[in-house]
Design a protein around this ligand. Structure first.
Ligand SMILES: Cc1cc2nc3c(=O)[nH]c(=O)nc-3n(C[C@H](O)[C@H](O)[C@H](O)COP(=O)(O)OP(=O)(O)OC[C@H]3O[C@@H](n4cnc5c(N)ncnc54)[C@H](O)[C@@H]3O)c2cc1C
Length: 481
């Protein structure tokens, strides 16, 4: 598919898709399916294409009976209640239910474009009922989508960060990548959040009561390319925003992870199997509050609120083989005092913390697959499930830092994925993925819902963008606005 016109360092397409992750690819494929000419502009070079989506493993899907790789059932209402609980009601029910319902059938479309699925992996994430895993992970998913897009005639350009958008009121006109201008009849923004922008994170999180700038100790789990350039540009141009800049999916990850792109293997999944202490040697939250997939996304923020934004997950040999081992190993220690010295913690305080915790553990039957009856009693902060004494050497510890997955500040949308200006939907500018996930995720997270939102809204945005471009709706709707 060639550009419709090419002159003076500019060109024109029906649909321009900005971004190269899941949401962008779903939008591009859907727009092309409608017969539109489509150009994808991806910031990253080809070898780093795919954004955060390349790091993913699964998407959350509703189903009323067993479906291919999904066991049992996960009805709409349960999915909705899970989402409502983690967001504390900071969600748009209409849009959320729309996403939930679409996940029942979207895998057929995904398969058509080359995505394969596999049964859930074992470990501390009990996901075989709720989440469909991508065979080969997110990298294989984005590779399949790029392959399918190219086969269908979608143009893809790498190393092409868009730095400016030209609008005529609420109508998209063109995008600039450097001094290159690309016109399109409609556009889908799918350029991620601003999680890779360290300055913006520092500003969003501000300074705490200890005089620290917590974001200076954050690590970014995914791509370095989601700098939020277009999010800021759109908000500055008057697009309606949604969500708080400091809200994000923020996980406790191994403090030894790299600044960017550490990915899934740096997550520490043994939190619910032991205890977590801060650098003063004190526990600060119930490690056994709920199943780990429903809780891991709050632990980044919990660690961010601790002195120095550091914490330590401590376990004993009883649970060594009960979780997915992280990429960086822990040394083993025969005593808690040795372990404390290695971590730079006060041995006496840590020993006291653990002795107190051990004494508070009540008899029960340990079972990590259910909310079991192993709990502590009488502590200021009790552990409500999976509480077993930490008393069987060797002992291990993993240092934890906040790992930002993606930010929730985004652009407000309706069910057509249209960007809004003063409450009025644009007729040719759409948005999908992290750039609008805040409509559904005001705060909190449940595993796999990021890809559910991106897939559903990516397809809607692409379809709508193609319709807007091909049906001459633009002139008609202009009159309405
Ligand atoms: C380690 C990790 C594991 C995860 N695991 C899961 C999981 O298993 N399940 C799940 O549901 N979610 C998971 N997530 C979250 C998930 O990655 C996101 O919800 C989802 O990928 C968002 O898709 P997206 O297309 O909006 O963003 P991305 O996939 O990040 O894509 C954004 C794209 O925009 C490009 N871009 C940015 N700025 C510009 C610009 N100015 N011009 C042009 N291009 C630009 C980037 O290069 C990138 O290609 C995970 C995230 C991480 C980091």
């Amino acid at each position: 598919m060639v550009a419709k016109a090419q002159k003076n360092n500019s060109e024109s397409y029906d649909v321009l898709v900005i971004g190269g992750g899941n949401a962008a690819l779903c939008a591009a494929l859907s727009a092309r399916e409608q017969g539109a000419s489509v150009l994808i502009l991806e910031s990253a070079p080809k070898e780093w294409r795919g954004g955060n989506s390349a790091h993913t493993r699964n998407l959350r899907c509703m189903h009323n009976k067993p479906q291919d790789v999904l066991v049992d059932s996960y009805p709409e209402e349960e999915f909705w209640q899970d989402l409502r609980a983690v967001t504390g009601g900071h969600t748009n029910e209409k849009l959320a239910r729309m996403v939930i319902r679409s996940t029942e059938h979207c895998r057929k479309w995904m398969r058509k474009h080359g995505v394969n699925f596999q049964a859930s992996l074992s470990g501390s994430l009990q996901l075989s009922r709720t989440n469909a895993f991508f065979m080969g992970g997110g990298k294989a998913l984005v590779n399949a989508y790029f392959r399918s897009a190219e086969n269908m005639g979608v143009q893809v350009r790498y190393n092409s960060p868009v730095d400016k958008i030209e609008m005529d009121g609420s109508r998209f006109v063109a995008a600039y990548s450097g001094n290159h201008k690309i016109y399109a009849r409609s556009c889908v923004l799918a350029a991620g959040g601003f999680e890779s922008n360290l300055e913006w994170l520092r500003e969003a999180w501000g300074q705490n009561e200890r005089g620290e700038w917590p974001a200076e100790n954050f690590l970014i789990r995914g791509t370095r390319f989601n700098q939020g350039v277009l999010l800021r540009e759109m908000l500055d141009m008057g697009a309606d925003g949604i969500g708080e800049p400091s809200q994000s999916h923020c996980v406790a990850i191994d403090a030894r992870a790299p600044l960017y792109d550490g990915g899934i293997c740096t997550r520490i999944d043994c939190v619910s199997l032991g205890i977590v202490v801060n650098r003063e040697g004190h526990r600060f939250h119930d490690e056994g509050e709920d199943f780990w997939p429903k809780r891991y996304a709050i632990w980044g923020r919990l660690v961010a609120n601790q002195p120095g934004q550091i914490a330590y997950s401590i376990i004993d040999s009883k649970v060594f083989n009960k979780f997915m081992p992280p990429v960086f190993p822990s040394q083993s220690f025969q005593t808690i005092a040795e372990l404390a010295e290695h971590l730079g913690l006060d041995p006496q305080t840590l020993t006291q913390t653990i002795e107190k915790y051990n004494a508070a553990c009540q008899p029960g039957t340990f079972d990590h697959n259910i909310l079991d009856d192993c709990h502590t009693q009488g502590l200021k902060i009790n552990k409500t499930h999976w509480a077993q004494p930490i008393d069987t050497p060797p002992y291990k510890a993993y240092p934890l830092r906040p790992g930002i997955t993606f930010t929730y500040l985004g652009l407000k949308v309706n069910e057509h994925a249209a960007v809004h200006f003063d409450g009025i939907p644009s007729n040719n500018l759409f948005v999908a993925g992290e750039m609008m996930a805040g409509n559904i995720l005001g705060k909190g997270y449940i595993a796999g819902v990021g890809m559910s939102i991106g897939t559903v809204f990516g397809r809607i945005a692409g379809t709508r963008a193609a319709e807007a471009a091909l049906a001459g709706q633009i002139n008609h709707l202009e009159k309405v606005i």
